[in-house]
Write a protein that binds this ligand. Structure first.
Ligand code: ADP
Ligand code: MG
Length: 470
C-alpha cells in the first residue's frame, strides 16, 4: 500500500539509488586504500633497508634486523640499488609466498579485484609485493608480508566508509522524502480533495478551485482544472434552467391541450349550426383547433420521450421498407404520390427495426406532406446500398424542395418546421434515432426538382443512449 503511493515509491527509489551510489563509492575507495597501504609498506621497508647502508660492511646484527622489519611491518626486504648491488633484510617466513603483486604493472581493475579478494578473505597468507623505490633510491624493491594485518585494515576502513555513507544516505533520503511530500505529495492530495469537493455539487460556483500551488506544473494543472470546472458548472446551471423551462412548457402544453379539446367539442357542435356564416368558418376553426391539439400532443410526447437505447437485430431492409410504404399509402397526404422502393432483396442491416421504421416514416411523410402543400403529384423513392461496412439509404422525392426556414433550422427540435401545424420535431427525432445507432442522417441535396435525405447506418451498432451519441 505504502509502495503504491507517490511518496512511498519515491522513498524506495531513493534508497535504491543511494545504495547504487554507495557501491560506486565503496569499491574504488577500498581499492585505493589497499594500494596506498602496500605503497606505504614498501616505503617503510625501504627506509628500514637503508639503515643497513649506515653500517660499514653491509652487515647488521640479527636483532636489529628483526626490529627494523617489525617496525616496517614486513618479513623480508630486497632493495636492488643497481644491477649488482642489493640490500637485504630478512627474517624467518612463517609460510611459503602464495601470491605476488607487482605494483608497477597493476591496472585499476586488478587493484579492485585484489582489494575485494583481500577484504572478504580472512587469510594468513604471505604475499610478495614489488614496487619502485621512492626518491630514486634504487631500481626495484621487493617485500614479503603477511596478509592478516592488511585484511584487518581493509575491513576497518570499509566499515568506516559504510557507516559514513549509510548516515549520509539516511539524511539525504529523509530530506528528499520530506521535500517530495511537501512539494508534490501534499499539493496533489489537496488537488484530489478539491476535485472530490467539487464533484459533490458541481453546479455550485463556490466550489470551483482557486489556483494556489507555487510549483509551475501544478499551478498549470490547477488552472486547467479551474477552467474546466467553470465551464462544467455553468453548463450544469444552464441545463437546470432548461430543464425547468421544459417542465413549464410541458405543463402549459398539457393544460392547453385540455382547453383546446373542450374548444374542439364546442366547435364540432357549431358545425351543426344553420347560420351560413358559421357554417363557412366552423370547419376552418375545427381544423385549426385539431392542429393545435396535435402540436400540444407532440410537444408533450417529446418532453416525455427519452428515446430508448436501440436494440439492434439483423433486419431485412427490403421487407421493412415495404411495411413503411404500405403504412404511408394509407395516409391522407398519400394522394397523388407514388411510393417506390428499390432495395436489394438480401440487404440486411443490424438495427432496431422499430426505430428505423419511425425514421423512414417521418422522412417519407414529410415528402408526401410537401407534395400536398404544393398541390402537386410526385414520387418518393427509397434506395439502399452497401458502402464499405455501412448501409446507405436514400429517400429521394421529386417534390418542391425544402423552404428556407426549414433549411436554416434543419434537425433542430421545435425550430425546423415550415409547415402549418408542424411541430418541427420529426427530423430532429429521426436524426437522434439514427445517431443512437452510431449512424448519421443528412440532407444530401434539395432544390425545386426534389430533395434527397440520406441515412447512413454502420455495419455494427454500438448502442448508446441517443442523446449521448453526439
Ligand atoms: N421532402 C421534403 N420536401 C420539402 N420540404 C420538406 C421535406 N422534408 C421536410 N421538409 C420541411 O422541413 C420541415 C421540418 O420537418 P419536420 O422536422 O418533420 O417537422 P414538421 O414535419 O413537424 O414540420 C417541414 O416543415 C418541411 O417544411
Ligand atoms: Mg414531419
Amino acid at each position: 500500500m505504502f509502495a503504491q503511493s507517490l511518496t512511498g515509491r519515491f522513498l524506495l527509489l531513493t534508497v535504491a539509488f543511494v545504495m547504487v551510489a554507495e557501491v560506486l563509492i565503496f569499491v574504488p575507495s577500498v581499492a585505493r586504500f589497499r594500494e596506498d597501504y602496500l605503497l606505504n609498506r614498501l616505503e617503510r621497508a625501504q627506509i628500514a633497508s637503508l639503515a643497513v647502508l649506515a653500517t660499514t660492511d653491509d652487515e647488521v646484527a640479527p636483532e636489529l634486523q628483526q626490529e627494523l622489519l617489525a617496525n616496517a611491518g614486513v618479513l623480508n626486504v630486497v632493495l636492488r640499488r643497481d644491477d649488482v648491488r642489493q640490500l637485504v633484510l630478512s627474517s624467518p617466513v612463517p609460510a611459503p609466498v602464495s601470491r605476488t603483486y607487482d605494483l608497477r604493472e597493476m591496472g585499476p581493475a586488478q587493484h579492485v579485484a585484489a582489494a575485494l579478494r583481500d577484504i572478504v578473505r580472512p587469510s594468513d597468507e604471505v604475499i610478495r609485493v614489488i614496487g619502485v623505490p621512492v626518491q630514486d633510491a634504487g631500481k626495484l624493491i621487493e617485500i614479503t608480508m603477511e596478509t592478516a594485518p592488511l585484511h584487518e585494515a581493509l575491513l576497518r576502513y570499509g566499515l568506516r566508509i559504510l557507516m559514513l555513507s549509510a548516515a549520509i544516505s539516511v539524511i539525504v533520503a529523509a530530506l528528499l522524502f520530506w521535500s517530495v511530500r511537501r512539494f508534490i505529495g501534499v499539493p496533489i492530495t489537496r488537488l484530489i480533495g478539491q476535485i472530490k469537493h467539487f464533484q459533490a455539487a458541481p453546479q455550485e460556483p463556490g466550489r470551483i478551485i482557486a489556483p494556489s500551488a507555487t510549483i509551475r506544473e501544478l499551478r498549470e494543472a490547477e488552472g486547467a482544472l479551474q477552467s474546466m470546472q467553470s465551464e462544467l458548472s455553468a453548463s450544469l446551471r444552464q441545463r437546470e434552467r432548461l430543464a425547468a423551462l421544459g417542465a413549464a412548457v410541458a405543463k402549459v402544453s398539457h393544460d392547453l391541450r385540455n382547453m383546446l379539446t373542450t374548444a374542439q367539442l364546442l366547435a364540432d357542435r357549431m358545425e351543426a349550426s344553420r347560420d351560413p356564416a358559421v357554417q363557412r368558418t366552423a370547419p376552418k376553426l375545427v381544423a385549426s383547433l385539431s392542429r393545435a391539439v396535435n402540436l400540444c400532443e407532440t410537444t408533450l410526447a417529446y418532453g416525455r420521450a427519452e428515446e430508448p437505447v436501440p436494440r439492434p437485430v439483423p433486419v431485412n431492409l427490403a421487407r421493412l421498407t415495404e411495411d413503411v410504404l404500405e403504412n404511408e399509402r394509407l395516409q391522407p397526404s398519400a394522394e397523388g404520390v407514388t411510393l417506390v422502393a428499390d432495395i436489394p432483396p438480401g440487404l440486411v442491416v443490424f438495427a432496431d427495426p422499430e426505430q428505423v421504421f419511425r425514421v423512414l416514416s417521418n422522412i417519407v411523410r414529410n415528402a408526401m406532406q410537401a407534395f400536398s402543400v404544393a398541390q402537386q403529384p410526385g414520387e418518393v423513392r427509397l434506395i439502399a446500398r452497401r458502402e464499405g461496412g455501412d448501409v446507405v439509404m436514400d429517400v429521394a422525392d421529386t417534390g418542391p424542395g425544402l423552404p428556407k426556414k426549414a433549411l436554416e433550422n434543419l434537425f433542430q427540435p421545435f425550430r425546423g418546421s415550415a409547415r402549418k401545424g408542424g411541430s418541427g420535431l420529426g427530423l430532429a427525432i429521426a436524426a437522434e434515432l439514427v445517431r443512437g445507432h452510431g449512424g448519421q442522417l443528412t440532407l444530401e441535396r434539395t432544390s425545386p426538382e426534389g430533395s434527397v435525405f440520406r441515412i447512413r447506418l454502420p455495419e455494427r451498432v454500438v448502442p448508446g443512449r441517443p442523446h449521448e451519441a453526439a
